[in-house]
Design a protein around this ligand. Structure first.
Ligand code: BTN
Length: 236
């Protein structure tokens, strides 16, 4: 990744780069809002729900950005990431609520938001030039390169990602909910299973509530509000 070019294009931002780091989430704690941390690889990349994030050296974008907390930030970041991928590569992704970026049914990018010192640390991982994944991830993960068959510029994606985030965080909550509903095949009318504390439920998605939570309508007509992830296409 061409870090000097990024610093030239965004002179007002603090852009920190580590060839190798445990997790950009940890490195971003305590930095001022607007700061960006990028890494060539992560040795302890963090995913949602305590999972790890596969962070192969040189193949992906491993990025944390310090932001002010705002409503529906996770949905906002998913939209910004999909927008940046579309603008920089022409590839149109789907969004699996709340913020998995999907390509041909597999996950191509993930987002993790953590609060620290009154700021939101927005962690974005994009699988860009991976040519394969470990066996345990292979059925669920893909990369832009695996999809197109050609290498993709990490720098070009980051050049569009930072302005996309700046633009999407300016939008109000209702606009984000409307854009997400339009961009995501999971928001309404999708048959899904969802891991809940009481077990797995199956139903059809029925839109987002005003707080951005996903409504799943089970076959007996019961609506369940899904407040955390664990949503999968039924039968997958
Ligand atoms: C998910 O599980 O979908 C969220 C994945 C988030 C991964 C990114 S990579 C950059 C940042 N640093 C981390 O350790 N995790 C996030």
């Amino acid at each position: 990744m061409d870090i000097e070019r990024l610093r030239r294009e965004f002179p007002a931002r603090r852009i920190h780069h580590y060839p190798s780091v445990d997790s950009t989430m940890r490195s971003a704690v305590g930095l001022e809002p607007g700061s960006v941390v990028l890494a060539g690889e992560q040795t302890a990349g963090q995913g949602r729900h305590g999972r790890s994030w596969h962070s192969e050296a040189g193949s992906g974008i491993y990025c944390s950005i310090v932001l002010k907390p705002m409503p529906v930030l996770t949905l906002t970041l998913g939209l910004a990431t999909a927008d940046a991928i579309a603008r920089s590569t022409g590839i149109v992704c789907d969004l699996r609520w709340p913020n998995d970026v999907m390509l041909a049914g597999k996950k191509v990018a993930g987002i993790l938001v953590q609060l620290a010192d009154g700021n939101a640390i927005a962690g974005i991982g994009i699988n860009v030039n991976h040519s394969s994944f470990p066996p345990e991830l292979a059925s669920a993960a893909t990369s832009l390169r695996l999809h197109t068959g050609a290498p993709v510029s990490l720098t070009d994606i980051v050049l569009t990602l930072l302005p996309a985030i700046d633009a999407f965080v300016e939008l109000d909550k209702d606009t984000i909910l409307r854009l997400f509903t339009r961009a995501s095949s999971y928001a309404a009318g999708r048959r899904v299973t969802v891991e809940q504390p009481e077990g797995i439920i199956e139903g059809t998605t029925a839109g987002l509530d005003p707080a951005g939570f996903l409504i799943v309508r089970q076959d007996d007509g019961t609506d369940t509000l899904i407040v955390a992830g664990g949503v999968r296409a039924a039968g997958s």
